[in-house]
Write a protein that binds this ligand. Structure first.
Ligand code: KG4
Ligand code: ZN
Length: 336
């Protein structure tokens, strides 16, 4: 079976073609057209500009994703319907509907958060991941802990009460004048700092807060961390690299602590990571020191459409009429 995936939930125009045989996924193409250069000057994503870019890019990205393949050999189309930026989501949905109508293919609506979780099933034996599992989804818009009874059966056990982890990276990078997207920029500065100082991981120069770490729940809060950085910067007593290393460490400490708490309390058998922040080397390394984790390769952590096609496969029987497929900017995983 061949599945076409489409994602335009934020600022990446993504189309991928996935081959599925014996529940194993093989990526035939995975094209992502980034708009980073366009949004850089705004320090974040500007939705209506992103929508216009998606409209321009979708036919080009589709063409390169299906190069060498015929539509007659594609069985199914999956498209992200939420959560995400509404004008951007509609662009992908309407484009997917057009193709589905023209080529008479079924179209399956996909939840972007579930797709970040199920990216872990690409290029891996489907029996490697044991249930119940817990997934930490850390992206630009979301920070969620999801208990997975089995694929398709989820319970949202914790989430951020304000900013997402990725949003915190992005906002701190803006304060430190490091550019957009902030995650990779902060990670690069932090790596330089560690190299310079032969950093061991325990030396905490600025002692930023670890928000909500002491609370007996699985929720997060990152806006205070950003404010704490802002105060240090206003005092003008800071070193950019050290601050980057410390903010990254504060985010990592909270993410690992809360995830391990869920592992213990729910007696889970597998830990899954997903979302753009899961591409962070230090997060991956420090998690691995504490527990076995499943985490996709970096290009499947950040937004992509291969994960959408994989999720479409698991929901392939949930067919809907095209008119009933709509954008849902706040699509919650617990509704699945
Ligand atoms: O999942 P994603 O590509 O898009 C959303 O669904 O939001 O996540 C984007 C977020 C951004 O906030 C970006 O700064 C962050 O992921 N990110 C990282 C890294 N790469 C991307 N954060 C920390 N370290 C990274 N290496
Ligand atoms: Zn995402």
């Amino acid at each position: 079976m061949r599945i076409l995936g489409i994602d335009t939930s934020c600022d990446d125009t993504a189309v991928a073609l996935l081959k599925v045989g014996n529940s194993k996924f093989e990526i035939l193409s995975n094209i992502v057209s980034s708009q980073v250069k366009i949004h850089q000057k705004y320090g974040g994503v500007y939705p209506f500009l992103a929508k216009r870019e998606h409209q321009k890019n979708l036919p080009i990205v589709l063409k390169s994703a299906i190069k060498g393949y015929k539509f007659s050999n594609i069985d199914l189309i999956g498209v992200t319907v939420g959560p995400g930026l509404e004008p951007c989501l509609w662009q992908g949905i309407n484009f997917a509907k057009e193709i589905a109508r023209k080529h008479k293919k079924p179209l399956i609506p996909v939840n972007h958060i579930e797709a970040h979780i199920l990216a872990n099933f690409i290029n891996r034996s489907s029996t490697a991941i044991k249930f119940p599992a817990v997934a930490l989804v850390v992206s630009g818009g979301h920070t969620q802990l999801v208990l997975i009874k089995k694929i398709g059966q989820y319970k949202l056990i914790g989430e951020t009460r304000d900013d997402a982890a990725g949003e915190c990276f992005d906002k701190v990078a803006r304060i430190l004048d490091l550019g957009y997207p902030g995650g990779p920029a902060i990670a690069a500065q932090a790596a330089k700092f560690k190299k310079d100082k032969n950093y061991t991981g325990v030396e905490l120069l600025y002692s930023l807060p670890r928000p909500m770490i002491k609370q007996k729940n699985y929720d997060f809060s990152f806006s205070g961390l950003k404010t704490a950085v802002l105060y240090k910067v206003k005092e003008k007593k800071y070193n950019k690299k050290a601050m980057a290393a410390e903010v990254q460490q504060a985010i990592i400490d909270v993410l690992i602590y809360k995830t391990l708490k869920a592992v213990k309390d729910y007696k889970v058998k597998s830990v899954l990571l997903g979302g753009g922040v899961a591409a962070n080397d230090e997060l991956r390394k420090q998690f691995r020191k504490k527990t076995k984790i499943f985490v996709p390769p970096k290009n499947l952590c950040t937004d992509n459409a291969a994960m959408v096609a994989a999720t479409c496969y698991f929901h392939r029987k949930e067919r809907k009429k095209l008119e009933g497929i709509k954008a849902d900017a706040n699509f919650r995983i617990k509704n699945l």
